[in-house]
Ligand binder design. Sequence first.
Ligand code: DC
Length: 224
Amino acid sequence: MKVKSIAIDGPAGAGKSTLARRLAEKLGYIYVDTGAIYRTVALKVLWEKADPADPAQVVPLLEGLEIHVGYEDGVQKMYLEGEDVSGAIRRHKVSGAASQVSAIPEVRSFLLEFQRKLARESSVVMDGRDIGTVVLPNADVKIFLTAAPEARARRRLLELEQRGEPADYESILRDIRARDYQDEHRPIAPLKQAADAVLLDTTRLNLDQSLDRLLSLVKEKIAL
Ligand code: DC
């Protein structure tokens, strides 16, 4: 049977990863969180004490970079040089660095084939910023998932509080806005809705409602 692919793009905190993971579970597809892959590159840059904003320092690190994606009970794990870094890449410092390294063309082209290979091997729900526009332009379903920055900041705050990490709403909102700006205005593969993507705004939807909407969109496009 031919593999299928579902591309979900959108800004940070729109609920992409939770929804994409649950959608993949329902469909029996593999969930690929591409942000985690960029984060792993960023972590390597931080490990090396290099400047994530400086291509001259970042690009040489790509050669021989040892990144692996694995799955444990359907949960994506990231390995850097054999070490499980799935927790480490979620740190605040890594978020900013990931956004910076993701603006470097060589980083993007390095990861392009890596991501396409994953989608050739299995049916995937892949989430990111440029999946429908660049990575999988022939995806069977393309969704652009968004929500108001304030709603995204509230969700992020809740998530951090549940993890017992101190945080405040205003600084989260500021970070979200800065990251949106950076992701939308980079010259290469900026965050934007693919012409053939369906827009889903989750500002006023909870998780279950969003998932229902996603499932019906998928059912319209793929005969399940
Ligand atoms: O989704 P996330 O917050 O984990 O992503 C981390 C950073 O990686 C984000 O600032 C944008 C970048 N990214 C990207 O440029 N392209 C992707 N397909 C996924 C993430």
